[in-house]
Design a protein around this ligand. Structure first.
Ligand SMILES: Nc1ncnc2c1ncn2[C@@H]1O[C@H](COP(=O)(O)OP(=O)(O)OP(=O)(O)O)[C@@H](O)[C@H]1O
Length: 223
């Protein structure tokens, strides 16, 4: 369960403010996050992942109030529980496709890279239809294929919470549905909670619930 209560968040020197009186997302729930550009969708995902910290209020996730954790404890929380598909993918051009998928295992000593992980890379790549590119270069695959590499990387550690920030942007309608369905299927198979940002109303029908972040968006005076 993810529970936000009386949560307030502001960036320094910015009038943008997120004020969330109460928001709960149940374990294994599949939630779409919507709202106009700039209303705080990415900010919400960054708060849930522990990248950002609320100014006020509580954010409980995986039975921990994230505000009570220091930076290194929040990093451990993120590594252990969160898979994040970033809006800009955050792929590394000088690593090949397989190495990009394995990146969490290179940078986090808490994750053990053994044969079962290598086998899972192969399985995930097959399910995402990018297995033929595993030894290829990132700059030689399409936008949609890059998106699927980023998704494989987020899914590989089998996270309890999967956060996907507009993972279907810039894709044609058929590929948008394909990516959404792959995320939903993997989340269902691994009992993960899925929180996916989208601007596309046509993708909402397969989710348990839609949360419109605009209701929590406030404009404060800059101080
Ligand atoms: N690091 C930052 N410092 C100051 N302001 C920021 C920062 N990051 C985002 N903002 C501002 O916070 C607001 C919310 O940004 P956010 O990225 O969460 O919106 P969004 O709903 O995800 O937008 P989009 O749909 O365009 O991706 C915006 O007004 C943005 O300019």
């Amino acid at each position: 369960m993810i529970r936000l209560q009386q949560l307030q968040f502001r960036y320094p020197q910015s009038p943008f403010q997120l004020s969330i009186p109460q928001l709960e997302i149940k374990d294994r729930e599949k939630v779409a996050v919507i709202g106009p550009s700039g209303c705080g969708k990415t900010t919400l995902l960054n708060l849930i992942s522990g990248i950002l910290v609320p100014n006020q209020g509580t954010l409980i996730s995986c039975n921990v109030d994230l505000k009570t954790l220091n930076d290194s404890q929040r990093r451990v929380y993120r590594i252990s529980n969160i898979g994040f598909v970033f809006q800009e993918f955050e792929l590394i051009e000088y690593l090949n496709v397989r190495e990009n998928i394995l990146l969490p295992y290179y940078i986090n000593q808490a994750l053990k890279l053994d044969q079962s992980v290598q086998d899972r890379v192969q399985e995930l790549a097959v399910s995402m239809q990018i297995d033929q590119y595993l030894n290829g270069r990132i700059d030689q695959i399409s936008q949609g294929e890059r998106q699927r590499v980023a998704i494989c990387r987020a899914l590989l550690p089998q996270p309890e919470i999967l956060l996907a920030d507009e993972p279907t942007g810039n894709l044609d309608p058929a590929n948008k549905r394909l990516i959404r369905d792959l995320l939903l299927e993997h989340a269902a198979r691994t009992n993960a909670t899925l929180i996916m940002v989208t601007h596309d109303d046509r993708l909402l029908d397969q989710f348990d619930r839609t949360i419109d972040i605009e209701q929590f968006h406030e404009v404060a005076s800059v101080s």
